[in-house]
Design a protein. Structure first.
Length: 35
C-alpha cells in the first residue's frame, strides 16, 4: 500500500505524509511502497 509521497524538486527530497501531500506543477511526484 502506498502510504507516502517522495517529492523531488531542485535536487532536494521531501517526504510528506499522504494526508499532507500538496502537488505543484514544478514538483515531480514519486510514489513508493513502504516495507
Amino acid at each position: 500500500i502506498i502510504s507516502r509521497l517522495l517529492y523531488i524538486t531542485e535536487g532536494k527530497f521531501y517526504l510528506k505524509k499522504k494526508k499532507e501531500r500538496r502537488l505543484s506543477e514544478d514538483l515531480t511526484v514519486v510514489f513508493f511502497v513502504e516495507p
